[in-house]
Design a protein around this ligand. Structure first.
Ligand code: ADP
Ligand code: MG
Length: 443
């Protein structure tokens, strides 16, 4: 049976690691090219879960990598010899809604604990084991990039795996308020209430955004009471403790304080080092201990930036001989430090004036092509130029989930290769934003 040369397979893996570092997983090392036949390369994975991940996220990247490595116009397919286990609940169970798109990496197994987050982690684990009983509500707070979303989603993953029939709803606060506004406009409040008040576990991310919204707060208060009275679990997180959320009503502050309020603090050096090791393993990156320490010592306040530094170091090493050294890490850190901070409102303003699209349309739900294209450009620029997570970026664009944002970013990244005009536009916008010459409201 014709197959790939082993050097071609190596090249495919290197291509993926350089161009799509976010997608790499430790288990990619065990994938096998099984056959190359009829213009299709079939890749063997260990189990159905891996095939699902590959089909959902990696088709296009693998195809691009395979074409680059072989010079042939081939497509890629994934298969496994292991049958689907009947004990695994099908992913599309009845209550799953698009908002439940969770990040596969945000599980307890990938979370490193330390003095900074031990209480928050223990509380999240307890809640995931007995929702509605352990701590209700659970309120996590801490600065950005310290693991709140990761913990919230880990609870959802665990509950979903342990008791799939339990109705769990994970959403951003933006999504909650957008749904509420839509429901009011369409006269569909009953449906809205049915949806939010008939869940077993309600998880709302970045609840601080509720502060400024009086009517949404009112609605949330009643949702909260209904769920709480019937011992259903509520979990929320915010960038500050309940009393510090601007304009949050006293009665909601006291509801939040009646459960467990746990801080997710900045990690110490040892925890940061452990996180780098964990992330490196997850993404199949070999990092010498001295480089782990070097990166951990330099990036102190935000784990997302820590991860960014690791990925940048890896990508840079791939353009050399593939070996990570302290020098390469310093170079990567240097280029990250000299970047001017760019904000999402700046991006939205600039793209809105460049493409003549209204800001409200970019941030709204419209799906016409004249809006979705520029919106995807915004998402791509936000991903490239800011430290916001996919979830947070989605929050700025009508409460979209992380996979929609990821899809938008990939589409722009791929189109840049073949569409010279788009590429030129993206380069120009990037340049303007980084130099701070974009004008607009937030500059
Ligand atoms: P937040 O919601 O607090 O802004 P996130 O949960 O989005 O932060 O975390 C940012 C990134 O840092 C994510 O990739 C997450 O997996 C990672 N992260 C944060 N804390 C930890 C931890 N203790 N262990 C492993 N990864 C972590
Ligand atoms: Mg978050």
């Amino acid at each position: 049976m014709p197959n790939l040369e082993s050097s071609e397979w190596k090249e495919i893996v290197t291509h993926l690691r350089t161009r799509f570092p976010d997608l790499m997983r430790g288990w990619f090392a065990n994938l096998e090219p099984r056959r190359l036949h009829g213009g299709a390369l079939t890749i063997l994975a260990a189990n159905p879960a891996q095939v699902r991940y590959l089909n959902a996220h990696c088709r296009q990247p693998f195809t691009e990598a395979a074409q680059a490595a072989t010079g042939m116009l081939i497509s890629v397919e994934f298969e496994t010899d292991q049958p689907e286990s009947v004990s695994v609940a099908p992913l599309s169970f009845e209550h799953e809604s698009p908002e439940m798109m969770l990040n596969d990496d945000y599980v307890f197994g990938n979370f490193v604990t330390g003095p900074c987050n031990r209480l928050a982690h223990a509380a999240a684990v307890a809640v995931s084991e007995s929702p509605g009983k352990a701590y209700n509500p659970l309120f996590l707070h801490g600065n950005v990039g310290l693991g709140k979303t990761h913990l919230l989603q880990a609870v959802c993953h665990t509950i979903r795996d342990r008791v799939p029939e339990r109705r769990t709803l994970y959403i951003s606060c933006e999504t909650f308020t957008n749904h509420f506004i839509e429901a009011v406009e369409r006269g569909a409040l009953n449906q809205f209430r049915y949806r939010y008040r008939h869940v077993d576990v309600l998880v709302i991310d970045d609840i601080q955004f509720l502060g400024e919204r009086e009517r949404s707060q009112e609605e949330f208060f009643h949702t909260f009471n209904t769920l709480h009275q019937s011992q259903r679990q509520i979990i929320v997180c915010a960038d500050c403790c309940p009393a510090e959320i601007p304009s949050l009503q006293e009665r909601l502050i006291s509801r939040f304080n009646s459960g467990l309020v746990a801080l997710v603090d900045r990690p110490c050096l040892e925890t940061r080092m452990a996180i780098i090791r964990k992330k490196a393993k997850l993404r199949c990156i070999e990092v010498p201990e001295d480089v782990v320490k070097l990166i951990a010592a330099r990036v102190e306040t935000n784990i997302r930036e820590l991860e960014g530094a690791l990925l940048k170091t890896d990508a840079l090493s791939q353009t050399r001989d593939g070996i990570i050294t302290g020098e390469i890490a310093l170079e990567a850190l240097g280029s990250l430090e000299t970047r001017r901070p760019v904000t999402i409102p700046e991006i939205i303003d600039l793209v809105s004036s460049r493409y003549s699209v209204r800001v409200s349309d970019l941030q709204g739900r419209k799906r016409t092509k004249s809006v979705t294209g520029p919106r995807q450009v915004c998402m791509y620029l936000a991903r490239e130029l800011t430290n916001h997570s996919l979830e947070e970026i989605g929050g700025f664009f009508g409460g979209r989930d992380h996979s929609t944002v990821l899809h938008g970013c990939r589409l722009i990244a791929e189109s840049r290769a073949s569409d010279g005009q788009l590429n030129g536009n993206v380069e120009e916008l990037t340049d303007l934003l980084q130099k701070g010459r974009s004008g607009g409201r937030a500059m």
